[in-house]
Design a protein around this ligand. Structure first.
Ligand code: HEM
Length: 359
């Protein structure tokens, strides 16, 4: 038996060269940080993404992407398919926790200055992943074709339509016409299950290869030769896996006590119900658009806010190239203040959405 196993391993290794991978894994080390908890969030994002892929494939077995049958197929899944409600709840809760984990991972990379040379493109690929996961959330929200998702999509795409010059074209591209219609749902479906996963595989691949090739950033507070390193296997990965287990428990508890609901079927001819809001991760932008004055210096407030978010997003993506001076001085508090301001803005404006229900 022992000989058979050895021969089998040699056979596989001769063909797939797995021992080279094992050698790399054995040598891989991770710098020790004072607050190392922030370094587990990249792995948590990865774990939740895998959960999304598995549960998404299971949902595909029952979901029907047409206006006449989407809502009913989700209803059947939840009431007649064994554990269908659980798979749907895990998919929805873990999608939300994934976006939260991406935010935490991104802000920790920002505050720890992990984007600095040579990791500029790790940051930029991460930024694209953020946009892709926003698009996953937006497209997935409409798929059950319920009242809330229908009107939130209408509100969201109306906002996209107000972008100067290209807004209407973006809106038509997303919806497949000037308004939400029969063709919109299949379009969102294909974005959600084919186009976005394809982009994710490529960009996530680049992100992870860069992390492996460049190694993880070292703490700025210590000189290079004083930084201690721990082996990735087994020290770091065991803690990584403990984090995944805790997240899985959290998802499980949420699914059991707060199963994802389905609501009422969408009626495109009904008036927009009061208090319709987008998903929580878009609300800081939504609330800004709601409370900005209608005109600021002859320019429409909403247009100004949208332009502000677009320019802000671009600067955020380019931060590794802007924070040049700081890389020499090591401690430039300017970017810490910028990050703190943006984080506070997002938290306050997200909270305002729920504290001011009449928005
Ligand atoms: C689904 C989305 C994402 C996944 C699965 C992911 C995954 C990972 C993993 C596994 C690591 C290595 C472990 C760690 O440092 O935590 C990492 C590192 C990194 N990520 Fe991401 N990431 C995602 C999104 C982002 C975003 C949105 C940004 C920023 C805009 C970003 C920027 C970075 C940077 C700069 C590093 C290097 C950290 C260092 O060297 O200290 N990532 N990512």
């Amino acid at each position: 038996m022992k000989k058979f196993l050895k021969d089998a391993l040699t056979y596989i290794d001769d063909r797939f060269k797995l021992s080279a991978l094992l050698e790399f894994a054995k040598k891989k080390k991770v710098p020790e940080h004072k607050h190392s908890i922030w370094y587990y969030f990249g792995g948590i994002c990865l774990f939740l993404f895998i959960v999304q892929v598995i549960t998404g494939i299971l949902l595909l077995l029952y979901y029907s992407p047409s206006v006449d049958s989407a809502y009913e197929s989700v209803q059947t899944l939840m009431s007649r398919v064994k554990f269908g409600w659980l798979i749907r709840s895990v998919h929805s809760w873990s999608a939300n926790i994934l976006i939260g984990a991406i935010f935490i991972h991104m802000f920790s990379a920002f505050f720890l200055r992990a984007y600095r040379k040579p990791r500029e493109f790790t940051w930029i690929s991460g930024f694209f992943l953020l946009l892709i996961f926003f698009a996953f959330g937006f497209s997935g929200y409409l798929l059950p074709w319920n009242e809330l998702s229908f009107f939130a999509t209408r509100v969201g795409t109306d906002i996209a339509g107000t972008v100067p010059v290209i807004g209407q074209s973006i809106k038509t591209f997303i919806l497949g016409g000037p308004e939400i219609s029969d063709v919109t749902l299949p379009r969102f479906f294909w974005f959600h299950v084919a186009i976005l996963p394809l982009f994710t595989v490529v960009i996530l691949g680049v992100h992870l290869v860069l992390v492996q090739v460049l190694g993880m950033s070292k703490p700025l507070s210590l000189p290079e030769d004083k930084v201690r390193e721990v082996p990735f296997f087994p020290n770091f990965i065991l803690k990584d896996m403990l984090g995944w287990l805790l997240i899985l428990v959290l998802v499980g508890v949420l699914c059991v006590f707060l199963p994802w609901e389905i609501g009422q079927k969408a009626d495109p001819f009904a008036g927009t119900p009061l208090g319709i809001k987008p998903e929580w991760y878009f609300t800081f932008m939504f609330t800004t658009l709601k409370i900005i004055p209608s005109h600021i210096l002859f320019v429409e407030g909403e247009v100004l806010a949208i332009l502000g978010f677009m320019v802000g997003g671009l600067l955020w993506m380019l931060v590794p190239f802007l924070d040049k001076k700081a890389s020499k001085e090591k401690k430039n508090p300017f970017y810490t203040w910028v990050g703190a301001f943006i984080l506070l803005y997002i938290i306050v404006f997200t909270a305002l959405t729920y504290l001011l229900p009449d928005l």
